[in-house]
Design a protein around this ligand. Sequence first.
Ligand SMILES: Nc1ncnc2c1ncn2[C@@H]1O[C@H](COP(=O)(O)OP(=O)(O)OP(=O)(O)O)[C@@H](O)[C@H]1O
Ligand SMILES: [Mg+2]
Length: 371
Amino acid sequence: MGKLILHDIHKSYGKEKVLHGINIETGENQFLVLIGPSGCGKTTLLNIIAGLEQQSQGEILLNDRPLTHLSPKDRDIAMVFQSYALYPSMTVRNNILFGLENRGVPRAERQQILAEVTRMLQIESVLDRRPRQLSGGQQQRVAIGRAIARRPSLFLFDEPLSNLDAKLRVEMRSEIRRLHKQLQTSMVYVTHDQIEAMTMGDLIAVMNGGIIQQLGSPEEIYNNPANRFVAGFMGSPSMNFVPVTVRSGADGLALQVHGKEGGEVILPIPRRIQAALRPQEGRAITLGIRPEQISDPDSAREGEALHTLDLPVDLIEPTGPDTLVFTHLLGHPLVARVHPSTQLSVNGNCSLSLHLERAVFFDADTGKRLA
Ligand SMILES: Nc1ncnc2c1ncn2[C@@H]1O[C@H](COP(=O)(O)OP(=O)(O)OP(=O)(O)O)[C@@H](O)[C@H]1O
Ligand SMILES: [Mg+2]
């Protein structure tokens, strides 16, 4: 068990519509990540699932049980907030035990749950401290421990790691994933951070403006974005976007790039997508290509066609495992990802290969994926 269904959830605050028909169905015990920019409605959706807010329309089912008319405490859901929300005057032990006592769990069972949670989260040494005597990471562990102690059918996390430093975040990410495997319970996890979404999610819902832009596995979302918003939001540095016009040439269709100050470059269109772009002939569309698909000329995989260009180097950013090159194609900015040993100099030129086989194409007006 452990299946969540959100069916056509709408939410308005007065006249302001915040959610416009959210539909999500998770598999058994999946880890669902909600990601999107600030204000897109993530917390609102989480609060509606928890019962802290009422939806204006729509139905929620948890393990085939409708939740809509149940109060928060009857929903069998535990929520972990960004701000931890621990009771400041209680020890860690009592923070974890409090909810259990309230619900009349017998003493022996409470002690057993406490021991189990303490061991899972490695917080034995801090059980007698109060929250203010803990580091941010420890406080977050206790907040998660308190949620686990309730043994809910569903966990909701609202940006639980955003107050932690970078190293601790990475550790806690894998810890939460490990807990998910161990507990075999559905989790819904809200984040701004696309690396967190990619590394943690079984299923990712990318939201914008109160709408789910795409629901899919991390791989689908990254490699097969439904529209320009998703393509640009997921991935760091962001996907490159270049305005192009579809022209017919000697070898079928080709892409014409117009220079910002005159000039043009013609790029071939891979055979695989010639047919899909045929209806766009003569139209201006958007080419999308990720930084890692603009790379050293020798980076091609077998059978992959490359289109190599000599491009100016505007800026170089070594990241360690690879180096980012900021360049432009006739004034249209591009970021490329090259091997750290590549010889580069700012204001010099550099040979870069576009893996056009991996490029994606969007309608210039609507942002919808064309191919
Ligand atoms: N109680 C409320 N009354 C009126 N408007 C609200 C209320 N709560 C949220 N909103 C509005 O609903 C929209 C969505 O807010 P929400 O908190 O769900 O966004 P979010 O995606 O969680 O953003 P963030 O990433 O910044 O936490 C925002 O425009 C916000 O101003
Ligand atoms: Mg929020």
